[in-house]
Design a protein around this ligand. Structure first.
Ligand code: ADP
Ligand code: MG
Ligand code: ZN
Length: 471
């Protein structure tokens, strides 16, 4: 391609604090009654003063250390970003401009410019010829992360946003559901033929990862066509029209000086380094195992398939179950791999088809894996047992099920001996070939034995006995 696309992301996430950013109102994204969690501060009544939510600061700093960014320990402050809109009743948003809480860092190979803290706006609802404003969301702590313009593919932008969502969930900093607006992605996109950056366009209202990727693809193509036609790309803010599958112009882009940023006089300056729990060493101690660390551990310690790792890392309920099974299995690499296979292809497969199925007790699942590993049941038998375990939901246990349904593989030498005699009798040619040194003939004979036993024979034992008999 002639034109090189450049993408930078701005991502907002609502933090999961108990109360709002500058007042004691409840921060409840699920409150459906409008204007319930409100007070004079978040309604911008005159004479009220904001107070900083310490927990919100701590959560952003925690994100900062997880990203390997530099924390503003010496000095930080809040600024007023001035603009008029019905959902911003003070006439300004308290945000951060010159001194963000976090500078630098990296995620999914993408360099991060900054992470700062601000307050969310109210929400407007438009009904016919009038609009309503709901202040429940006004003043909810909002984290904003800005990346460097270093992304070149729509997919890479989507992957970055997915990884950030995962990180925020691991840190319990935000639920980060895009559909609920708890996480909002804005993409800045430009294209150019040379090393200089082209004029960028900012696309807003991208409320899923897929939509974000589609909008970026669309915008790259549109800008190329504009340039090909000998015209210039206009710096502007565009929205995404899902039905048309296209971006559309919303407004000509304002620049930062239009907002008349200045330090918020109603809030104290921050010297975060003086607070023990804000020191990087203290924050690091509070971090859980992070998504990329978990991936690496599953890869290195157990050699689990990449696609399976991704499913586990993204699904905390499934992953917790898996970790319990891993512990039950004494972290034996081979058995853990077997467990991952059965869990993701079989258990998850069945749960996808029937939504009301739950996970079995993990101890039952573990003992099933052991039965398979020790060849006590065949893989076919294991699938049947799983089916019964999941559907009946009864904690009958795989051993009992195997017994009741006759799914134990036969290892009994007498019974297998009879089968072997028959196999050799009926397949003299193959038996002679094996005796003459043809290894594949043995596989064939084992197969015949399995067929005669209707799959109930333990193939390992069957093979041993065959070799014994033939040599
Ligand atoms: P603004 O002042 O317009 O908000 P910034 O320089 O702060 O612009 O950048 C905002 C976002 O735009 C960042 O994510 C940054 O990486 C991205 N960006 C900056 N220049 C470009 C460009 N030429 N093409 C694509 N993205 C860009
Ligand atoms: Mg911006
Ligand atoms: Zn309030």
């Amino acid at each position: 391609m002639e034109y090189k696309p450049t993408i930078g992301l701005e991502i907002h996430a609502e933090l999961k604090t108990r109360t709002k950013m500058f007042c004691g109102c409840k921060n409840d994204p699920n409150e459906e009654r409008p204007n319930t969690n409100i007070c004079p501060v978040c309604m911008a009544h005159p004479g009220t003063l904001p107070v900083i939510n310490k927990e919100a600061v701590r959560q952003v700093l925690r994100v900062g250390v997880a990203l390997g960014g530099e924390l503003a320990l010496k000095f930080s402050e809040f600024d007023r970003k001035n603009y008029f809109y019905p959902d911003i009743s003070k006439g300004y948003q308290i945000s951060q401009y010159k001194y963000p809480l976090v500078a630098g860092g990296e995620l999914a190979g993408v360099a991060i410019t900054r992470v700062h803290l601000e307050e969310d706006t109210a929400t407007s609802k438009h009904r016919g010829d009038h609009s309503l404003v709901d202040f429940n969301r006004a003043g909810v702590p909002l984290m904003e992360l800005v990346t460097e313009p270093v992304i070149n593919l729509a997919k890479q932008a989507g992957d970055f946003a997915r990884e950030l969502q995962l990180l925020l969930r691991y840190l319990n900093a935000s639920d980060a559901n895009m559909e609920k607006g708890e996480m909002r992605v804005e993409a800045n996109i430009s294209v150019s033929k040379d090393d200089k950056f082209g004029t960028k366009v900012e696309v807003k209202n991208l409320n899923s990862f897929k939509i974000a990727e589609k909008a970026i693809e669309y915008e790259i193509k549109r800008q190329q066509e504009v340039l090909e036609a000998g015209e210039e790309v206009v710096q502007e803010t565009r929205g995404w029209d899902e039905t048309k599958g296209a971006t559309f112009s919303q407004r000509k882009k304002e620049s930062s000086h239009d907002y008349r940023y200045f330090p918020e006089p109603d809030l104290p300056k921050l010297k975060l380094g003086e607070v023990e729990e804000f020191k990087p060493e203290s924050l690091l101690k509070t971090l859980p195992e992070l998504p990329w660390q978990k991936r690496e551990r599953y890869r290195k310690d157990y050699g689990i398939k990449e696609s399976d790792i991704e499913i586990l890392v993204a699904d905390p309920v499934l992953d917790e179950f898996f970790e319990a099974v891993v512990a039950d299995l004494g972290r034996d690499k081979q058995m853990v791999q077997l467990a991952a296979n059965y869990l993701i292809s079989d258990v998850l497969g069945k749960m996808k088809v029937k939504a009301d199925l739950g996970l079995p007790p993990h101890a039952d699942f573990t003992s099933l894996i052991k039965l398979v590993a020790e060849n006590e049941v065949s893989s076919r038998g294991a699938k049947d047992i799983l089916e019964i375990m999941l559907v009946s939901g009864e904690a009958t246990g795989p051993k009992k099920i195997a017994e009741e349904k006759g799914l134990f593989q036969q290892s009994d030498t007498d019974a297998l001996g009879k089968i072997i005699d028959r196999v050799i009798d009926e397949n003299q040619k193959a038996a002679d070939e094996y005796r003459a040194g043809k290894e594949t003939a043995l596989q064939f004979l084992v197969g015949q034995g399995m067929r005669l036993s209707k799959g109930s024979a333990n193939p390992g034992v069957l093979k041993e006995l065959l070799v014994e008999k033939l040599t």
